[in-house]
Design a protein around this ligand. Sequence first.
Ligand code: NAD
Length: 476
Amino acid sequence: MYPDVALYIDGSWTGGSGAALPVLNPATGEPIGRVAHATPADLERAVAAAERGFARWRRSSGFERARILRRTAALLRERCEHIAQLLTLEQGKVIAESRQEVERGAECCEWMAGEAQRIYGRTIGSRAAHVSQLVIKDPIGIVAGFTPWNFPINQLVRKLTGALAAGCAIIAKGPEETPASCAELVRAFADAGIPAGAMNLLYGTPAQISEYLVPHPSIRKVSFTGSTAVGKQLAALAGRHMKPMTMELGGHAPVLVFADADIASAARILCASKFRCSGQSCINPTRYLIDRSIYERFVDAFVEAARAIKVGNGLDPASTMGPMANVRRLQAMQALTADALEQGARLRLGGARIGAAGYFFAPTVLTDVPLSARAMNEEPFGPLALIRPFSSLDEALAEANRLPYGLAAYAFTRSSTLARAVVEQVQSGMVSINHIGLAAPETPFGGMRDSGYGFEGGSEAIEAYLQTRFVTTADL
Ligand code: NAD
């Protein structure tokens, strides 16, 4: 059922010239298929194809591009079950989340189709009657996009739709560990009518691909989603070659729960979001800062909700949380938990691997976690809820801003004064109050500080793929 995954270059699927490497099912740890790896020769072919593809695609109208994006959305919905099954097989997430991810991908195509029709310039009144002054928006050029394994469809669809809606060509490097769902996404775009060369999909050795593409003179824009450490390396490389970047990097999201919050509702909402995708999401609440006066009540409610999670193979409809996506995350959960416990944290739930096959780790709740614990400083990227009490607003705000990340932040309170304090003082690209309301296609998604820069989603998204130019003409 799981296919061998090929590269998509110049409108054709190809095995590539590198060795094909195995893809593992994280629910079993067993190989399920293979993914082609690109060599430098494949990269060269992809760039040459993108140059031709861009020359053609940039001349298409926004309306034509929108039609193709809408057709892609329809194909994704038609193929949703097939793609969702592949996504769960290779990534581990539960099938309901995989279906939602495909549907979100379709919605992203529709949103960006609208954006393709809304690329506006402007006129600027001139100082002389015979002079006209225009601001125009052109597609920026060929984009190199790098996407990770946690939301394989969503991370890739944002880059594909942004680039293609703007009239750019794109060479995407997908995640080698979860390649088949990405390939099916690209197939939907291709079947909908994206011309050969305008969209290419590669897999391979990540550093080799980025070191070839980022400095390449034909690449005019770099967009990366992944860890802060890799993001900083790529930003330095892109900076040396004066390439604009969009950087969607890691986070360590604080959530502040104040004494006047609806505690039961906050615990339920936060539990559902914490363990989605087994906690492997960059906007996941990770540092739970709870007003001391409601601390034990919140912890009890959260633990009760977390205890109800059913961990199992994502293909089993009864499972509500799947395995970690790879063995690195499983090992990281074991190491981060052991370190927190050694440093004095209290284990309220979970804390260990489940079973000996696959990469399952129990939903884990740790309270009173010392700030020196590794998990309070590194992005946990897994099903660890780290809970601490606070005694004052200032203490909570100081902890929220202690780390260099600034992607998502959350607060639960009925007080508009407290909500405003969080919005004004927590340094974070996105703030969500009393719900988890981030990452819809129509809303901007992006961070600040070590979480990166630039936005995907919202009306900001297409700007990243446009070059603003100024044209002035004097009548003769
Ligand atoms: P990693 O840092 O090696 O890889 C992260 C992603 O970057 C992967 O998709 C990888 O293929 C890609 N990558 C790595 N080196 C690259 C290079 N030189 N050029 C281009 N792409 C490169 O580690 P990992 O084990 O996959 O993940 C570790 C951490 O990364 C996680 O703990 C999490 O903090 C972060 N992460 C963040 C996101 C996100 O959505 N922002 C997604 C995945 C991983």
